[in-house]
Design a protein around this ligand. Structure first.
Ligand SMILES: *Cc1c(COP(=O)(O)O)cnc(C)c1O
Length: 465
């Protein structure tokens, strides 16, 4: 499998190269040059398979000969062996139509673990035979940072620099990042919001001098391997609910459009998904884009679902490219200039065929949380509750099962959960004594020169440079 850039002006890569790379050199994102297909028979044959075996079959075509089957299976076993539930991503039923897919049983309590635990092992495996030292740079609204740090702490040949918006992540999220002692972990709190942090990361990749001195890599969902690992649970859940005979819908609390794009890929591969519901909070750029073609960034409003407090949704570019590739370079140039651009006709039609979107306000979020808690005893975190509110409002026929992705454990956002439901979820023992450990991070202004200087003085330069 070859990977090409959404901007069409960077060299094509194989899986291993795409996994170790971050942004493409032309500023685009890597995507497979074609979508592999699973036949109805192959999908039916996933019934009853373990999560690991499902993962091997779904990811196999994307990986090509970068890893042998046994090697891939062993890495999946190692990654998913750290999950606290035997089913890795179990389904819970809320009523006759609604289900939640619990993606938060990993070490840091959010769905990011599903992809990042595996990505950490891919990095280690691919770096073992290379004479390089990787400098991973990421921006986080909270969950990517904790999951990436857990996955990479103490690994050889990798340093990780994680930027988070100061004061805008939950106390649990921050401590999961800042209490990790491994010397290859560097936490930077920036004076700005998540979009500022993400823009700084993109600017570092685009800075030829800086990018030329280090082997930079990304753990944000701009990294293709992350999205690939997330395709698996769409198959796993849908097959358990009757696919391929019975089509299923998914509702996905969305920020950077990574998780829901993985659902789109599952559909492209042949999984019968009738609808993908893109649920946003009041930071609704994706809802405006999908409902009215208006992709324009506003100001970020902080909410109880901080991992969705995003106005620039990186992975949306992958969808636009899939639907109308020729339009993307101009659209992205327009967006860089004006912070606004419009979708083309083919993009609107293609997206409308599978996506529905909804903007959920704080009252609707709290209502959904209470509905789940009172009706079935399932305690949801704010992000998941936004997904559920959108799922219940989508008006899908009663015979279509609707799966809301439960993207975080409620204990990660326990203040917001307690406010809405009166229940204060307790932290599962696997996170350890977070509140007793010492924190370590540096506070920097959201300015490229200071961040570059900070990283350059701590990272390992490339051999060639
Ligand atoms: C990251 C995150 C999201 C958003 O996922 P995207 O892939 O960025 O759309 C939603 N909920 C939680 C809890 C998250 O951590």
């Amino acid at each position: 499998m070859r990977y090409v850039s959404t901007r069409g002006a960077a060299p094509a890569l194989d899986f291993e190269q795409a996994c170790l790379a971050g942004l493409a050199a032309d500023g685009g994102l890597y995507v497979p040059e074609a979508w592999p297909q699973l036949s109805r028979a192959e999908i039916a044959a996933l019934a009853g398979l373990s999560y690991v075996e499902t993962a091997v079959r779904v990811m196999r075509p994307f990986i090509g000969d970068a890893l042998a089957d046994d090697e891939l299976r062993a890495l999946c076993e190692q990654a998913y062996g750290r999950f606290a539930h035997q089913a890795v991503t179990p389904l819970a039923q809320l009523d006759a139509q609604h289900w939640v897919l619990e993606l938060f049983h990993g070490p840091t309590l959010a769905f990011k673990d599903v992809a990042l635990q595996l990505l950490g092992l891919f990095f280690e495996r691919f770096l073992a035979s290379r004479d390089t030292h990787l400098t991973v740079i990421g921006a986080t609204s909270g969950d990517t940072g904790s999951a990436a740090i857990d996955a990479l702490a103490g690994r050889a040949k990798v340093d990780i620099f994680m930027l988070h918006p100061h004061g805008r992540v939950s106390d649990v999220q921050r401590r999961q990042m800042t209490t990790v002692k491994a010397p290859n972990v560097h936490n930077i709190a920036i004076e700005g919001n998540f979009d500022d942090a993400q823009a700084l990361v993109k600017a570092m990749f685009a800075d030829r001098d800086f990018a030329g001195r280090f082997d930079l890599s990304a753990v944000n969902s701009i990294n293709w391997a992350r999205l690939m690992a997330q395709i698996v649970y769409y198959f796993y859940a849908a097959v358990r609910l009757g696919a391929p005979e019975r089509p299923v819908a998914f509702s996905v609390p969305t920020g950077n459009f990574g998780d829901v794009f993985a659902g789109y890929v599952a559909a492209k591969m042949g999984l019968p998904i009738t609808r993908l519901i893109v649920a946003t909070n009041v930071n609704d750029i994706l809802h405006r884009a999908l409902s009215a073609g208006d992709y324009s960034a506003g100001e970020v409003t902080p909410t109880a679902a901080p991992s969705m407090d995003i106005q620039v949704s990186s992975n949306f570019e992958r969808l636009l490219f899939d639907l109308d590739p020729a339009a993307v370079p101009d659209q992205m140039a327009a967006f860089a200039r004006d912070r606004a651009m419009r979708l083309t006709g083919p993009q609107m039609q293609g997206a409308g065929a599978i996506f529905t979107s909804a903007r959920i306000d704080p009252d609707e979020m709290a209502l959904a949380m209470r509905w789940a808690c009172e009706g079935s005893g399932e305690v949801l975190d704010p992000h998941t509750a936004i997904g559920l509110a959108a799922a219940r409002g989508a008006g899908l026929p009663a015979d279509v099962p609707v799966v809301t992705l439960a993207t975080a454990h409620p204990a990660k956002f326990r203040d917001a959960v307690e406010r809405a439901t009166g229940v204060r979820p307790s932290l599962p023992p696997r996170v350890g004594a977070l509140f007793e450990r010492e924190e370590r991070f540096d506070l920097l202004p959201a300015e490229l020169p200071s961040i570059i200087e900070y990283i350059a003085s701590r990272a390992t330069p490339t051999r060639s440079g």
